[in-house]
Design a protein around this ligand. Structure first.
Ligand code: FES
Length: 102
C-alpha cells in the first residue's frame, strides 16, 4: 500500500488559483490550489506528456500548457477526451508539509 510521501513544505504551496510542479518519489507531480483546496495529481499530462505543473488554473480545472486540455484535479477527468484519465493522489497537509500517497 502506498505511503504518504513529502511533496513540499507548506510554505511552497501554490497560491489560490495557481499550480506548481514538484518531483517527489521519483516522479513529477502537479500541485494545484483550487480555491484554497490543494489537489495533487500526476505532473505528466495523459494526452501527450505536457508538464501540468507549468499550466494554469481556469474555472477550477488544471489547464495543460501544451494543448489546453482542462483537467478536473479532483476526479482526473477532462471533457476534452473522456477516454483519458489523470491520476489523482490522496494528499494531506501535516507537520508543515504537503504529503501525498504516490
Ligand atoms: S499534452 Fe497536455 S493537452 Fe496535450
Amino acid at each position: 500500500m502506498a505511503e504518504f510521501v513529502r511533496i513540499c513544505a507548506q510554505a511552497e504551496l501554490p497560491a489560490v488559483g495557481a499550480v506548481k510542479g514538484f518531483v517527489a518519489g521519483g516522479r513529477e507531480v502537479c500541485v494545484a490550489n483550487i480555491g484554497g483546496a490543494i489537489c495533487v495529481t500526476d505532473g505528466v499530462c495523459p494526452h501527450e506528456g505536457g508538464p501540468l505543473g507549468e499550466g494554469l488554473v481556469e474555472d477550477g480545472k488544471v489547464v495543460c500548457p501544451w494543448h489546453g486540455y482542462a483537467w478536473d484535479p479532483h476526479t482526473g477527468t477532462t471533457a476534452d477526451d473522456p477516454d483519458l484519465r489523470l491520476t489523482v493522489f490522496e494528499s494531506k497537509v501535516e507537520g508543515g508539509e504537503l504529503q501525498a500517497k504516490l
